[in-house]
Design a protein around this ligand. Structure first.
Ligand code: TGC
Ligand code: FAD
Length: 397
């Protein structure tokens, strides 16, 4: 505890790392965090306003992200970097401090497309896809949601039936990140043996992808509808090691973990922007940061940002120790997205009218976070998962 004035002065309080969490990271984690932060500063920030405005994702960055070792970074072997979970989380945080679209790209590639192949694929499937995906030569997507089944994917209509040794896949998947730019889609479909995962390469006869336009959120990210019209797939297109909803749902744990961290990056950018603005914007003859009501907003942001980042780090350490349950991830996703969105809205208010333009990053982050609140399990679904965990009573239906 700080007891003297002198000790207090020696301990410089950093408004962006108030609790000194940096000291809780090891050298490798810090190095990865700094590398990604620099890359975001040099490669994302100069272009993001334009990409978001035009509704584009600069797909050429896939190879750069691969060059930094970030695609499938928390997986081992097959050309993947094999980092710990905290390093993956820090990467998500720094990417999302730039834009949620970049974290989404890395989440989908590493956690939703590569992870199921790595966890449930045959050795041949792993050899065929993972090294090229780690290099960014092959882009993947993950098709679970359907037009009529979002929160309740177990009722999906997409189905695959056997025809000799082949499979015939039919159905529609909706809201699929990276859908039209993907070289391979990991598609979940009902079969006689329960829900199974299929690897569907781009160009498969009957497989089409159409982008969803006019989004006002995650504009620097590709979101598509995938249609499978009697697609004939070979016997080895199916992931052999998993059957049932456990397959897609366990994959989601990986990406949800990345979101727990990522949204704290978006929140940090919003807080930092509002803090800077509050010190230079003068009204009634003084900086608005000098008004008690503004300070209360900034302090609320500071508190939630630090709590959320601490929670992410705690969950990361639990994951690295093999102690993380899916319900822990739900707690992190529920809290951190909710609080990040509140921080973004509060930060926007501090900028007044300036807060509604793309000249500042806040409204972009705020709009992005609306998608993040919904995807990977809405906040209602995570509330129900936690409600069931503590009462033992299921309240989904
Ligand atoms: P339920 O009957 O509870 O369970 C079925 C089987 O699955 C197991 N299980 C899990 N396993 C691992 N991890 C989890 N989180 C699991 N949750 C359930 C369970 O043990 C059981 O296994 P078994 O072997 O006994 O059969 O499942 P349910 O159908 O009742 O569903 C429960 C519910 C509502 C929680 C689930 O459907 C759900 O999470 N819904 C939300 C859907 C969702 O999150 N969709 C996300 C789509 S992907 C996406 O949004 C990507 S965005 C990408 C980006 O751009 O970043
Ligand atoms: P619905 O399930 O229709 O829910 C509507 C509302 O009802 C929500 O508020 C929900 O919480 C509430 N609700 C539903 N059931 C209950 C209940 N039992 N109790 C209380 N409230 C309930 N999916 C993929 O498979 N792959 C992807 O790559 C992907 N990327 C996405 C990218 C973006 C930008 C977006 C926006 C979505 C993406 N999704 C993806 C889809 C996403 O996972 C779904 O949108 C999400 O699961 C919610 O489904 P829904 O939109 O159909 O909403």
């Amino acid at each position: 505890m700080v007891t003297t004035r002198q000790t207090k002065q020696q301990m410089a309080l950093d408004p962006l790392d108030f609790l000194g969490l940096d000291a809780q990271l090891d050298d490798e984690e810090r190095m990865i965090r700094d590398t990604v932060r620099t890359w975001v500063r040099e490669r994302v920030l100069p272009g993001i306003e334009g990409w978001f405005d035009r509704g584009e994702f600069p797909v050429e960055v896939a190879k750069e992200l691969a060059g930094l070792g970030l695609l499938g970074m928390h997986l081992s072997g097959y050309g993947c970097a094999g980092t710990n979970s905290v390093s993956y989380g820090l990467t998500c945080l720094e990417l999302e401090a730039g834009d949620s679209g970049f974290r989404s790209f890395v989440s989908v590639q590493g956690s939703l497309a590569m992870f199921p192949i790595w966890a449930f694929g045959s050795e041949e499937q792993k050899q065929e896809w993972l090294p090229r995906m780690a290099k960014g030569e092959v882009i993947g997507c993950f098709g679970l949601t359907e037009p009529d089944f979002g929160s309740d994917p177990a009722r999906m209509r997409t189905a695959a039936r056997r025809d000799g040794s082949d499979w015939i896949l039919s159905g529609t998947k909706m809201w699929i990140t990276n859908g039209s730019i993907a070289d391979v889609a990991v598609v979940w479909a009902r079969t006689d043996e329960g829900v199974r995962g299929f690897l569907v390469p781009k160009g498969t006869h009957g497989f089409t992808a159409k982008d969803i336009e006019r989004k006002l959120s995650l504009r620097a990210s590709v979101t598509s509808e995938l249609v499978f019209d009697e697609c004939r797939l070979p016997a080895d297109a199916v992931l052999p090691e998993v059957r049932g909803m456990r397959g897609p749902l366990s994959v989601l744990n990986e990406a949800r973990f990345g979101i727990v961290w990522g949204v704290m990056g978006a929140a940090r950018t919003c807080y930092q922007t509002a803090l800077d603005y509050s010190k230079s914007r003068v009204q009634f003859g003084r900086p608005i940061g000098g008004f008690q009501l503004t300070q209360q907003k900034l302090v609320n942001m500071l508190v939630e940002l630090n709590k959320g980042t601490l929670l992410a780090l705690h969950l990361g350490r639990m994951k690295d120790e093999g102690r993380l349950a899916p319900e822990h991830v739900s707690l992190g996703k529920l809290n951190n997205v909710r609080e990040a969105l509140k921080i973004a809205r509060e930060a926007r208010s501090i900028l007044g009218a300036s807060g509604i333009t793309l000249e500042y990053p806040i409204i972009r982050h705020m709009n992005n976070l609306e998608s993040v609140l919904t995807y990977e399990g809405t906040n209602e679904i995570h509330t129900l998962i936690l409600g069931q965990a503590i009462t033992g009573i299921e309240a989904f239906e």
